[in-house]
Design a protein around this ligand. Sequence first.
Ligand code: AMP
Length: 212
Amino acid sequence: MSFEDLKLNPAIIKAILDAGYTTPTPIQKQAIPELLSGHDIMASAQTGTGKTAAFMLPALHLLASPSKTQGRGPRVLVLTPTRELALQVSEAAKKYGKYLPRTKVISILGGMPYPLQNKLLSQPVDILVATPGRLIDHIQRGRIDFKRLEMLVLDEADRMLDLGFKPQLEFIKSTLRGEWQTLMFAASFGPKSEPIAKLFMKDEAVMIRASY
Ligand code: AMP
């Protein structure tokens, strides 16, 4: 199977070829078709398996069509446990989305100055990558409008729970309205992740397990 077989937007394929990738990794082969057909997924995949592209390529594919809803809030929200991972995800979004006209990516991370983040959030955004605590600060100040949200990614969900972010994830969920696709990634899913999975996932979410 090639990237062309996955029926991704040609502008995304071009960026993937620039990155030097020739074949999708197992997680990409399994996740991308499910995501393009609109399903929710729960995927157990370690870092290094190509999991970032597995969710970012379908996210960008979705952004290639204009939003059906007016507004300037994010169409894709990625939550990560750490600033480092958030920055990697943002870089990946920019790399794979470089030939798409509508891909404004911003990162909202703890430990960074508020004035710059306020300025970024006052402009239209397509992909918002955030750590949970700082995102909540901005939600509570009314700076983020989720009515355009189409995709929510919980990246390294198990690590977010290990770091004690369960209440923050519950709060963020309570502020979302409408319909969106949910993707949950973790190295593995145990009893600890069950309540969060129950809260976020539709009953018919597809389970994917992939190693490299
Ligand atoms: P990740 O698991 O998302 O941290 O990705 C691990 C590394 O694999 C990153 O450096 C990616 O650039 C790279 N990568 C992702 N997908 C592919 C692919 N299909 N072929 C080759 N390398 C890839």
